[in-house]
Each structure stands twice: as structure tokens, then as C-alpha cells.
Design a protein around this ligand. Structure first.
Ligand code: GLN
Length: 488
């Protein structure tokens, strides 16, 4: 069962090949068998999942099933889930049981989706390797000594190892697309405002966006249709109608103009990665798309700009975790100041502290204009670059990451090298655009991702191009060896 896509599992449920209870039980058993070696889950909600699956089966028996009814997925542990621990990968929230569901969770639940559990992640979504989690690193199913990417590394590893057919993720600077590239999964980061952020623990509010990690673009289309749309509880969620993403998947690509970003292929890109992306471009051309070069001249400024804007916003968002209003509380404080200091000192890990300090610095009087305001201006320049590139292209395509997955431990002590991992993804967040990473090959047994970027709210075309590419290729079908054989 587990090698099938969500769409195939939906069809099997519809045809009565197996029940949701059997399906959910199968994935729960896989988590039990495989997760000890991968550490992709923080919490597994076995009993709740089986109960929800039985309810889904009853709904189906009564003719009440929708397209997603009874399908299991995992949620990144950044989404609030009612009655279930929501840790955000941090000691700060290790004992937090959310009293409500995030909109993403609520909408999927209302569509009949069954939650298998909550996935491991970089602490407060800050990281590119899943090594900053309070719960320890996640291992890449394609090589246990490799990182799965971050921050949605638990979700990506869970889907790659087929412990869940699909998972949610969030992407502030690449956290869906980069782990998808590292694990041979399909990672969709929608347009900023496409999916509600209500109940999604905030990192950098002007960049954060919820999306999916799946086995195919079709699966992403299925889930996005249920997740997307205006939410009065998130003032930045857009009042833009949600199209039928599935209906547009097979639209021919003839006449589509693809822009290949010149700067993406400058130094820093692994040559084998570049070759895999080059082959993918040939496939897209074969599907009828025209391919031309475009330029994003300010691309080199995107990482430094992000590392001013994101820390600034996070320093503000994370100020609520003070041991009194929210979060871990240190024991036996001497006085109030000691309580604040030790609660935050003990509750947050090193990377989060680094970001809070950077953010506080760039927002402080005297430095605000020099750093924060300047970064906001450069952000506009980067958005303008994309805008101009889209005058000559319907989609922008390039690699998702400069290299395949790296070794666990290789970059943890070198933040700048770690930050540069996101060079191809961060600009997309700064401009608020949608992007998707799809598997496009392997280098030394490790997956490589192709990134497709679209204009605002054009997820339909992104999914269409990704789906057409996947109907011509089978990279996304490959699963890592060492997974248990198919059963049931
Ligand atoms: N890797 C980037 C960072 O560390 C992006 C993280 C994300 O998208 N949540 O901030």
C-alpha cells in the first residue's frame, strides 16, 4: 500500500480494496518499524488515528465520503493540534498541548483526513538540516548519515520512507522545497497568503507559508485544494478564489514559456546537480514548453536580506515565550528577572538564540535604518527582479539546492555555510511567490530537486507543469532501499 500515491490510495479506498482503518494501521505499523532509525516523528497519535479512520469508514459506508476521506497524513509539529502536543521542535514547547487546531489542520480534518502524528523539525523552523530540533536530528532515508534538509525534515523523511503518504510543512525560506529536494519528495510552497497561518506557530510572519510534502504533484493538488482559501482569522490570508487544481493538471505545456535563471547556474552549484536540472529542462521542452534565459540580478542579496528580515520578525514573535505567558518555565527562580532569563536561556537552543540576538540588534535604535530598513528596500528589489523575469516567462525553473543532502554534522558549526543552502529558495519567499520542488534525478544515490516558481496565486500552473513532468519521468516513484517490503 505504502508505495502508492495519495491519489492512488484515495481510489483504492473508493473501490473498497481496503478500509481506512487498514490503511491507517499499515502506516502506523511502518512508523513503528522504521522511525526508531529516522526520528521523523515527535508524536505518533495511534489511537486517535485509528478512531478517526473508523469514523471515516462509517462516513464512507453512509455515502458521506469526500475525495480525501480516510487518507492518512502527518502534520509538521509547528501546526497547533487540539489535545495533542505541539512542540515546534523546541524544549520551550515540549509540554505544550494545544487547545485548538490550526486552520490547516481543521480544514484537512473537516475533509476527512486522518492525522498519523506530528513530525520533527528544526527548532521554531530555523534551520536547513533538522539538526536544531530539541528532539535530535532526523535522518535521511536515502542515507542515514545524511541530513533530510530542514526545517520540515521530519515531514520529508516520513514521506520519503513511506511512513506517511503525505505531510504538511511550512516554508519561510525554503523549508518545504529544500527537504523535498533532499528526500526525493514533491514539496509545494504556495503563494504567501494562499493558505492560512492561523494556528501555525510564527517564525517570520511576512515570509511563513504552509504547504505540502507529497509523493507527487497530483497529491499536492489534492491537499492544496482542501487547505487553501481565505480565513478571517488570518488577516494576511488572501481573498482569492481557490481554483480546481486537479482539473488543470493535464493541460498541455505547449506555448508555456519557461525562464531559466542565469544566476542559479553560477559558481556554487554542484555540476552533477546542474546536469540533472539540464536534463529536466529537456523533458519540459519535449512537452512543448519553450525555454529561455532570465536574470535575477539581485539574487546574491537574497540570503543576507533574509537573515535581517527573518531574525527581526522572529525576535518579535518569540518574545512571548517568557516562561510566564507561554513556554517552558525554569525551576526555582530567584526573582522575576532570573525567571525570564533562565526560562529563555534553558528553553531555546543555540540557533534560535542566535536569530533572536541578530533580530534584536537589527531592530535596535541606531541600527534599524542601516539594517532593517535597508533589507526591506532590497527585498523590494528582489521582488522587482522576479516581476521583470515574469514579463518574459510563465514559469521560472532551476535547481532547488546547490548540492544534494550533506552529512549530519557537516555544517552545524558554520551558520553561514548552512544559510547559503537556501540561496535558490529564499528569494521566492522574499517575493511571496509560489514554488515547488520535484525529484529530477540522483547524484551518488542522493536525490536532486528541480524547482519551479510561478507568479502570485498561479499554483495551478506550477502543479500542472510539475504533474506533466512527473507523467514523463519516474524519479518521484523511487523509494529508498532498506524500506520494508510491500505488505497488505
Ligand atoms: N533554512 C532557512 C532558515 O534557517 C529557512 C527555514 C524555513 O523556511 N523555515 O531560516
Amino acid at each position: 500500500m505504502h508505495t502508492r500515491t495519495l491519489a492512488e490510495l484515495a481510489a483504492a479506498l473508493r473501490d473498497g480494496e481496503f478500509s481506512s482503518e487498514e490503511l491507517v494501521g499499515h502506516f502506523l505499523d511502518r512508523i513503528e518499524a522504521l522511525d526508531a532509525g529516522l526520528n521523523a516523528f515527535v508524536t505518533v497519535t495511534r489511537e486517535e488515528a485509528l478512531r478517526a479512520a473508523r469514523l471515516a469508514d462509517s462516513a464512507r459506508a453512509e455515502g458521506q465520503a469526500g475525495p480525501l476521506t480516510g487518507l492518512p497524513i502527518a502534520h509538521k509539529d509547528i501546526f497547533c493540534t487540539r489535545g495533542v502536543k505541539t512542540s515546534c521542535g523546541s524544549r520551550m514547547l515540549d509540554n505544550f498541548v494545544s487547545p485548538y487546531d490550526a486552520t490547516v489542520v481543521a480544514r484537512l480534518k473537516a475533509a476527512g483526513v486522518v492525522m498519523l502524528g506530528k513530525t520533527n523539525m528544526d527548532e521554531f523552523a530555523m534551520g536547513s538540516s533538522n539538526e536544531t530540533s530539541w528532539y535530535g536530528p532526523v535522518r535521511n532515508p536515502w542515507g542515514h548519515d545524511k541530513v533530510p534538509g530542514g526545517s520540515s525534515g521530519g515531514s520529508a523523511a516520513a514521506v520519503a520512507a513511506r511512513m506517511a503518504p503525505a505531510a504538511t510543512g511550512t516554508d519561510t525560506g525554503g523549508s518545504i522545497r529544500q527537504p523535498a529536494a533532499f528526500t526525493n519528495t514533491t514539496g509545494l510552497k504556495p503563494t504567501y497568503g494562499r493558505v492560512s497561518r492561523y494556528g501555525m506557530i510564527a517564525f517570520a510572519s511576512s515570509l511563513d507559508q504552509a504547504g505540502t510534502i507529497t509523493a507527487s504533484a497530483e497529491d499536492a493538488a489534492m491537499l492544496l485544494g482542501a487547505m487553501a482559501g481565505h480565513d478571517p482569522r488570518d488577516s494576511t490570508s488572501a481573498e482569492v478564489p481557490v481554483p480546481d487544481y486537479l482539473a488543470a493538471l493535464e493541460t498541455p505545456l505547449s506555448g508555456i514559456r519557461i525562464g531559466v535563471v542565469k544566476e542559479f547556474f553560477d559558481e556554487g552549484l554542484d555540476s552533477d546537480n546542474a546536469a540533472a536540472v539540464g536534463k529536466a529542462l529537456e523533458v519540459l521542452r519535449g512537452l512543448g514548453a519553450s525555454v529561455e534565459e532570465v536574470s535575477l540580478p539581485n539574487l546574491g542579496l537574497s540570503v543576507p536580506t533574509y537573515y535581517v528580515v527573518a531574525p527581526a520578525e522572529c525576535s518579535s514573535n518569540l518574545s512571548r515565550f517568557d516562561g510566564i505567558r507561554f513556554g517552558y518555565r525554569a525551576e526555582d527562580p530567584k526573582d522575576l528577572t532570573d525567571l525570564y532569563k533562565r526560562s529563555r536561556g534553558e528553553g531555546f537552543g543555540a540557533e534560535v538564540k542566535r536569530r533572536i540576538m541578530t533580530g534584536t540588534y537589527v531592530l535596535s535604535a541606531g541600527y534599524y535604518d542601516a539594517y532593517y530598513l535597508k533589507a526591506q528596500r532590497v527585498r523590494q528589489l528582489i521582488a522587482g527582479d522576479f516581476h521583470r523575469a515574469f514579463e518574459n516567462a510563465d514559469l521560472i525553473v532551476g535547481p532547488t539546492t546547490p548540492t544534494p543532502a550533506f552529512d549530519i554534522g557537516a555544517k552545524v558549526d558554520d551558520p553561514v555555510t548552512m544559510y547559503l543552502n537556501d540561496i535558490y529558495t529564499i528569494g521566492v519567499n522574499l517575493a511571496g511567490l509560489p514554488g515547488i520542488s520535484v525529484p529530477c534525478g540522483f547524484v551518488d544515490g542522493l536525490p536532486v530537486g528541480l524547482q519551479i516558481i510561478g507568479t502570485h496565486f498561479d499554483e495551478g500552473r506550477l502543479l500542472n507543469a510539475a504533474h506533466m513532468y512527473q507523467s514523463e519521468t519516474d524519479w518521484h516513484r523511487r523509494v529508498p532501499s532498506g524500506m520494508l517490503p510491500e505488505s497488505g
